[in-house]
Design a protein around this ligand. Structure first.
Ligand code: EPU
Length: 337
């Protein structure tokens, strides 16, 4: 366990906000974490972070910030058709995707280049280009904050939904993820039907291989999404809202070109990026925070912004969407403080 006090979180949040944690602790093994928790070392308030790619700090953090640097990828089951890999929560997500692509394991390639770490992938149910991490998760190993006791959650117990899981709801803050076991296919299975993935592959005459799909996804992402190493941001700031079929039908009479995805149960998901762009926000700044000029769902730190500057912009954006379309959009990023 490595402990720091008055620790700068600048390298731990992709919005690049210059905030401090009163205490910061990093553990490199499950044993270290369980021993720390069992000995009553946890003090309140506390916050467990991953790569900090989905957080907006509104102020300095007055308590203890924990971070996993549990590493390693272990094969725990294998047949001719599939493989199960148990991966440390502190492994960088995209390093894991690169590993699966190199080994010829199918399933994670559409999730290439998503910032963050393995632990958070299973909490947040990250998703992109028609794949969500829940499609790959077999089980999640976690440690109970209050006792240090280990528990394995099956995929069903994780109660996955769009960008959501039990770790964000009933068990929020109560368990720390140490390992995630993913199942990948050794036989080719591709998901090329989202957006322009297939078209981009075909345009360049590329065969659908793992490496090529990863290449195309990387190109699509870097064309639309700002690189957090260059411009502070946390990917999509808002979730895509879901409305009833009736509300959607009403909206469509006025906005026939509104994109949508039909869900089960008479519900329709609408891309928040489209709504925000339609309200004229794309590329617009409010002080040091701005709406990204190539994907309106992303808010960026133009340099020197505070969390409150970003939140002020987010509130204005949400207010316009509500006024114009009657739709509430809510943040996908976690607001801290
Ligand atoms: N659109 C606009 N204007 C914009 C942005 C989008 O009109 O400024 C339209 C697009 O033309 C398209 C539709 O909205 O018709 C969907 O756009 P896109 O494919 O870019 O996806 P998204 O719904 O905006 C979601 C995820 C992203 C993920 C992409 C691709 C959420 C909150 N976001 O965005 O995830 O990369 O799909 O699968 O679900 C993230 O979670 O941080 C993230 C980046």
């Amino acid at each position: 366990m490595t402990e720091y006090t008055d620790y700068s979180l600048l390298p731990h949040n992709t919005f690049r906000l210059d905030v401090k944690a009163a205490r910061f602790m990093e553990y490199s093994s499950e044993e270290e974490l369980t021993a720390f928790l069992a000995s009553g070392g946890l003090t309140s308030p506390y916050l467990h972070i991953g790569g900090g790619s989905n957080l907006l700090f509104l102020s300095d953090y007055p308590g203890l910030v924990l971070h996993s640097s549990v590493k390693g990828v272990e094969t725990v089951a294998e047949t001719d058709e599939r493989v199960e890999l148990r991966v440390g929560s502190g492994v960088v997500w995209d390093d894991f995707v690169a590993y699966t692509v190199e080994k010829g394991f199918y399933g994670a390639e559409n999730l290439s280049l998503i910032p963050g770490e393995v632990g958070a992938s299973a909490v947040q149910n990250i998703g992109a280009y028609g794949v969500e991490v829940k499609d790959l998760v077999v089980s999640v190993d976690a440690v109970e904050a209050a006792t240090g006791k280990k528990r394995r959650f099956t995929r069903e117990e994780c109660r996955y939904a769009y960008r959501d899981s039990i770790f964000k709801k009933e068990l929020k803050g109560r368990y720390f993820v140490t390992y995630v076991t993913y199942r990948l296919s050794k036989l080719p299975v591709f998901h090329l039907d989202y957006g322009n993935v297939r078209a981009e592959l075909e345009k360049d005459g590329m065969e659908p291989t793992l490496a090529n799909v990863r290449r195309v996804i990387a190109a699509i992402r870097s064309n639309k999404l700002p690189d957090p190493k260059v411009t502070g941001n946390a990917g999509s700031f808002f979730m895509n809202p879901v409305v009833s079929q009736e509300q959607f039908d009403r909206l469509q009479t006025e906005y026939s070109e509104m994109p949508s995805y039909r869900l089960d149960g008479n519900r329709v998901k609408i891309p928040a990026g489209w709504l925000i762009e339609r309200c004229g926000w794309k590329g617009k700044a409010l002080g040091p925070a701005a709406v990204h000029d190539r994907q309106a769902l992303v808010l960026v730190n133009r340099g020197g912004a505070t969390g409150r500057d970003v939140l002020r912009l987010a509130d204005e954006v949400a207010r316009s969407v509500k006024e114009r379309f009657g739709i509430e959009i809510s943040p996908e990023v976690n607001l801290i403080g």
